[in-house]
Design a binder for this molecule. Sequence first.
Ligand code: PLP
Length: 335
Amino acid sequence: MRPLPGRWVYHRVQDAGGFVRFDDVRLPPTTQGLHYGTGAFEGIRAHGGADGGRMHLFRVRDHYLRFLRSCRLLRIEVGLSADELTDLTVDLLRRNGDTGDVYVRPLAYKLGLLPGTPPGVGLGGISEAVTIVASRLGAYTPPGGVRCLISSWRRPSRAAVPVQAKITGGYVNSALAVEDARAAGYDDAILLNDAGQVAEASTANVFAVRGGTLLTPPADADILPGITRDTVLALAADLGMAVAEQPLHPADLLLADEVFLTGTGVGVTPVIEINGRPIGAGRPGPVTSRLVARYRQVVRAEREDTRRWLTPVKPGVPDGSRGEPVERPASKERA
Ligand SMILES: Cc1ncc(COP(=O)(O)O)c(C=O)c1O
């Protein structure tokens, strides 16, 4: 992420912390999470409403539940429930005076060896920190769709790395794949799993459309089963579209009528070309376009039937947040 000078962030080390300015967070170069990738994170979006209406976080509780699950795997004691993390996030956005589109990045990581812990790689006996930052971020994929390269890097098996959790160290795999894709002139990479089946893109799930049916790799295809993926499966059912979660091979993508990606960052993004071959007519297809439009309505609070996924962020700066950092001791984890 880009540096965020002057913005408020939430930062806690062990049991003490609160809202501080971005520039006041100092991390020691010995931070274990930097050395060994022992951190867990989330990506959450808040969207401004249509016509400047109220801003809403999208499925924030689901993101924090996944965050807490990822943390548990790394034996990180967050000390806050999903509801408390949600409240903190709403506070953070209000403190920063945000009203438009924002990307929220919670991160929990191992910091340093506690007295008595032997040096080396491990998860126990290490202090921990939690940081939540939020940056203004609108759509960053071209509306006309993206071009993808099927990567020569494979998604690691979940028997080797827990790819179904958002663990920082695992993302070296995405970074290597994206680097190659960009060097070859593409926007993103699609990775196969060890069995040669389609897994997912660098930070998004993959869907194909064939004869009006949506096809997407199943949860056990070494993917992160995304919250946007789950949203799109629900929206598709609502729109009367047939859906199948089934293994896909690269040829299934090349032969599809349409392909699209889903993720918090990319939303629903058409894929118009893979490995230099146009997908369908080489432009966003009708099924994808319908889902793009429906997803947009949902996240921008233009529909009543999906309000359960939205958390409103009341405009205005919360009390006591104009000056000094506010200490907010952590309570025990309850999620
Ligand atoms: C590897 C990977 N797959 C899929 C996704 C999509 O997940 P979500 O829709 O929950 O953002 C992401 C982004 O979080 C990701 O990093």
